[in-house]
Write a new protein. Structure first.
Length: 357
């Protein structure tokens, strides 16, 4: 911007040419993802570690707009206490001194314990009477199960998909290695289609994608911003074709609009891969369950948080707890390495990121 504006005003030497730039975000939430990065790498990649930060003016939003239910005085007091508890978790002030990790005791009213299969228990709590409401968009949009890893998310989504009585259709992707000049043909030939089909990454759909009419789905790519088709948009499937999927948008200004989702060629951006491959598939995943990272920006009335492993990234616990619009709809199912159900979990907070805000 400085280079552009210098043609009109040679004296312009302010950042961005003196134009006002608004940066929105919450340092309590998950910080930039740095593969194999240390705490110092992650904190150092945040905007407040940039030389531009000294030119910024910080404006604070202090009210939790998700928790705005109007009720009795007692209910408003409880809502305020719950909002303060979530903020304290985000600040690392719960569970004693937090130098990166601390144990947080979850209030008993939010703890779910069971003697049965954990996935069955979290599903029955989050989606009660599912058979009666499985095609009701208003019922589905307000509920989600959150988990730490993609493996757990796939387990829950498969369990929920099997509960849907509608006929299913399975779509298989077309996978191929991206041609690179420095890769010999003999090496590229090692990556067979069968090998590529088995690869799973959070940024691309699976090779085998089984869908049913009435299932909630989430877009994994930006398609058309004007129609509300953005990465993270949730929809409900209305029709399954051979080459397109028809779905209805569940929320936002385009809620209720029916759209057609085509297959796209997608390439995962994982730097751990020693080669690049391309997957042509519908950019969709079932969204009965989703990872905590993927839930950022979403709001739910009922959340089931399934923690098979401890929280391991700054802000994950805060993000998961703050998705809820009603404290009564929050339940956590936590168990430790010994398979025992517990009422406490770890909370990761890098307090260095708060130093200059």
């Amino acid at each position: 911007m400085r280079d552009i504006l210098r043609f009109d005003n040679p004296s312009t030497n302010f950042p961005f040419g003196g134009k006002t730039v608004v940066l929105g975000g919450d340092f309590r939430q998950i910080l930039p993802v740095i593969p194999k990065g240390t705490m110092q790498d992650i904190v150092g990649s945040s905007i407040n570690s940039s030389y531009l930060w000294s030119h910024c003016k910080v404006l604070r939003l202090t009210q939790n707009l998700r928790l705005q239910s109007v009720g009795s005085t007692v209910e408003r007091i409880n809502l305020a206490a719950f909002a303060n508890w979530i903020a304290a978790i985000g600040d690392g002030q719960v569970g004693g001194p937090n130098d990166g990790h601390a144990k947080v005791e979850i209030p008993q009213e939010h703890v779910l314990k069971t003697n049965s299969d954990p996935i069955r228990a979290i599903v029955e709590n989050t989606f009660p009477r599912f058979s009666e409401h499985q095609h009701d968009g208003n019922y589905l949009i307000g509920r989600a199960i959150l988990a730490l890893t993609l493996e757990v998310v796939d387990e829950v989504n498969e369990y929920m998909r099997n509960m849907n009585a509608a006929e299913s259709q399975t779509y298989f992707s077309s996978d191929s290695v991206c041609p690179v000049e420095i890769t010999p043909d003999s090496v590229a030939a090692l990556h067979t289609p069968e090998f590529l089909n088995r690869l799973k990454y959070y940024s691309v759909p699976n090779h085998s994608l089984t869908l049913k009419v009435g299932s909630p789905i989430m877009l994994l790519r930006n398609i058309d911003h004007s129609d509300g088709l953005c990465n993270g948009t949730r929809l409900i499937i209305s029709k399954l074709g051979d080459h397109v999927v028809e779905a209805k948008i569940l929320f936002g200004s385009n809620a209720g609009t029916k759209v057609l989702i085509p297959r796209l060629s997608l390439t995962p951006s994982d730097p751990k891969l020693p080669f690049k491959f391309q997957r042509r598939q519908f950019p969709l995943m079932l969204s009965y369950a989703m990872t905590i990272n993927k839930s950022q920006g979403q709001t739910f009335s009922t959340v089931g948080l399934l923690l098979k492993k401890p929280i391991f990234v700054h802000g994950q616990l805060y993000v998961a707890l703050s998705r809820i619009s009603n404290p009564n709809g929050l339940k956590l199912l936590i168990y430790n390495d010994n398979g025992e159900y517990v009422s406490s979990t770890s909370n990761v907070v890098y307090k260095e990121v708060f130093n200059n805000i």
